[in-house]
Design a protein around this ligand. Structure first.
Ligand code: SF4
Length: 412
């Protein structure tokens, strides 16, 4: 296809596709899907080789949020039966982070529900960052605490944070349909504050909330303009008890096209498969590694992911390799400019806040699942349910009941 050859050439040059080209990727047929994956895979390998960066979520404070993000199980009025707890202590968070690092994660994403942190909250998170860095000097830490006030990004940076996540989630035109308690402009402002403070910016989207192809292209082009180092792509996990519980629109093929389009528009950026990976890509997860160069290991904020060992096996079986702590994630031109992502001595990359996504988290995205085959949850190869594309797969959604905020060991 001429379209794909053009997009590969542009990707190598870091040149933006046109809107029409991005829309054409989303409109490709299933017969052309492997060609699309192969083409976007060339761009992925050109900038990131066969490396997969592992990130690990620690939900510092779960539920009871005053904001009304429709996709989020932690929102105001959510009836989702998620874990609810207030701030973890630094040693508790550090212990949770250690499990992820032991599992191979080179980035820890510290997420807290809420509109944004108070200055006292920034102190707490600063203490947590220091506790983690004392144990794991080389680990990248990304904070995801909601909307930032003046000076807070600088304080997090001084405390040792490498990155800050705040997702745009959806297009500016539809943002008001998803959330009414803050604006798209508020979100852009926080990403810009993170940038200005020298933090590696992480900002992404949630697909599957009923948006159009045009909305998806809008938000990905807006992200390209914001120039984050990392772009988490969440696939909505329609959690029971949230307003979007019935929004089951995604198929594995649709998810692959969305990831391919994101790769073509943001060719040299860490594209991360975030929440909803197990629920919506299902057995097609390994193909998605040809498009994204980063995933979350283990569980998400309020939902369970597939077993950490299954993530590692999938990466190895698909012919990819886990990115080591000594490897720089980002291409040289990007890492040098930021001192960031990838440069685990100097900075880090991205994460998220919310959950529908996961970190990307919803604080953003949904919640996720994935779950360990042995438990018959998400992704369970043993599930008796036939996989019908586009049908609700509530059988694959499992609320997180282990790890941070519980007495049970985390999944990593
Ligand atoms: S996404 Fe974040 S701000 Fe929005 S409701 Fe969820 S926890 Fe609150």
């Amino acid at each position: 296809m001429d379209l794909l050859n053009t997009l590969v050439d542009k990707g190598f040059r870091r040149e933006s596709p046109t809107r029409e080209e991005a829309l054409a990727v989303l409109a490709t047929s299933d017969d052309d899907l492997l060609d699309v994956v192969a083409a976007a895979g060339k761009v992925r390998r050109y900038w990131f080789g066969r490396r997969v960066k592992l990130n690990y979520l620690v939900n510092l404070k779960s539920g009871l949020c005053p904001e009304d993000c429709s996709y989020c199980s932690q929102r105001l009025g959510s009836k989702a039966e998620i874990l609810k707890y207030t701030w973890l202590k630094p040693d508790q968070a550090s212990q949770a982070a250690a499990a992820g690092v032991a599992g191979g994660a080179k980035r820890v994403c510290l997420v807290a529900s809420g509109r944004g942190p108070t200055d006292r909250d920034v102190d707490r998170v600063s203490d947590t960052i220091k506790a983690i860095k004392e144990q794991h000097e080389a680990v990248e830490v990304c904070a995801c605490l909601g909307l930032l006030s003046d000076g807070q990004a600088e304080r997090l940076r001084e405390a040792g944070a490498d990155a800050y996540n705040h997702n745009l989630n959806t297009s500016e035109a539809t943002y008001g349909d998803i959330t009414t308690t803050h604006t798209y402009a508020d979100r852009v402002d926080t990403v810009n504050k993170a940038h200005a403070a020298g933090l590696s910016a992480c900002s992404g989207l949630i697909a599957g909330m009923g948006e159009s192809d045009e909305d998806l292209v809008d938000v990905v082009f807006s992200l390209r303009e914001l120039d984050p180092d990392s772009v988490p792509v969440n696939f909505l996990i329609p959690m029971e008890g949230t307003p979007l519980a019935k929004e089951w629109h995604l198929t594995p093929q649709r998810c692959l096209r969305i990831l391919a389009m994101t790769r073509f528009v943001c060719p040299d950026v860490e594209v991360r498969i975030a929440g909803g990976r197990e629920v919506h890509l299902r057995t097609m997860q390994p193909l998605a590694l040809h498009l994204a160069n980063s995933i979350f290991l283990g569980d998400y904020l309020t939902s369970e992911g597939q077993a950490g060992r299954a993530d590692l096996e999938m990466i190895a079986d698909a012919g990819f390799e886990v990115e080591g702590a000594g490897e720089v994630t980002l291409p040289e031109h990007r890492a040098a400019g930021r001192g960031g992502c990838g440069s685990h001595k100097e900075g880090g990359g991205c994460g998220s806040h919310g959950e529908s996504g996961a970190c990307g988290s919803p604080h953003e995205g949904g919640s996720v699942c994935g779950s360990v085959p042995a438990e018959g949850n998400c992704g369970s190869a043993a599930s008796a349910e036939p996989a019908v594309a586009g049908e609700p797969r509530t059988d694959l959604v499992a609320v997180r009941r282990r790890g941070a905020g519980t007495d049970l060991a985390p999944n990593a």
